[in-house]
Design a protein around this ligand. Sequence first.
Ligand code: ADP
Length: 375
Amino acid sequence: MLAASPDLVALARSQIILLTQSLGAVASAIYITENIADGMPPNLIEVAVFPEDGVMALPEAFSETLPLAMGSSGLVRQRRFILPLMYEEAILGFLMTGRDDRDWQEYEQLQIQQIANTLAIACALDRRNQWLVANQQRHYEEQSNFFASLLHQLRNPLTAIRTFAQLLSRRIVESDPNQKFVTGILRETQHIQDLLNEADRPEPLLLPQAEHEKALLPAATIDLAPVNLNGILDAIANFASAIAQDRNIQFLSNIPSHLPKVLGNESGLREAIGNLVENALKYTPERGYVLLGADVKPDTVYIYVQDTGVGIPDADLPRLFERSFRGRQADGDISGTGLGLAIANELVQKMEGSIHVISQVGKGSTFAVTLKRSG
Ligand code: ADP
């Protein structure tokens, strides 16, 4: 809803004092208009009224004459004066004033017109300023979301590199001259991880007065084409089994060897399914199981990630795909950003597919991605 800024309110009050003290007005009011549609009465938002208890019963006193004032240069009636605040042909508000003891002289009407002109310019500047601030805020939020998504997408490959380096480090003996290179890889990946953790805090990217409303993910479009799922799922299974081994989890895969092509985007699918697998490994304790599988249906291919992990409470399920939502895990020891599922869902929807989840606390979860077959 439109609201007058404190500056506009201050200016309106000063103009009302002017009307009262120099012209003897006994009651005055200044309103800004919102949503003026043809033939509809305007929605009036109060900016300043004198006297505040409305001795002259404003705006009721003017309500019957208000429609007449619109579009005209003003209306004098029964010693009450109503002027639209016009700027570049638009009515931005109304100035209403009145006195009981005498009619308005022409020179006084001119003065009131000048006050209305001043107020109209102030209203226009106020609106422009509010529009600019809202636009700037939207721009900041879009940028902030874009970077948060990008940083999140760096996590999966980074985790994979670290895990491969850890496994390599264990497989080569300490005296091996290559050990120092592996140690170097581990140190540098840890460094990048620390930087990413630092950047995960969204506050610095938002304007201080930001409305913390849930923003949308970046509206980047993705190219859709027939995609070969086997290559993608094999690569994910490869890094998932390395991570699972490291975390003492059993990773299993059940992927038919010649899956039909689906409508999608290769890197988008790698990201979306990678996020689901990463979550399954993250929320499954040691000695648990994670299964990545695929099933072919007449029109779709169904990819599922099943785990025997901590599960998700029913209360969390409706909000699971919201950006920054972590539900029960927000108070837990497992760190996260609440972005992975939102990104996965956004990507899969852009591929005209869908993600569904079933889960039971203490038993585990299954996330299923349904994609359209293409050809
Ligand atoms: P993050 O894992 O970084 O918190 P996500 O967007 O990937 O963010 O997931 C959102 C929330 O959904 C998690 O915080 C967690 O509460 C829940 N969740 C997602 N996947 C699983 C899973 N496999 N098992 C249990 N909880 C999960």
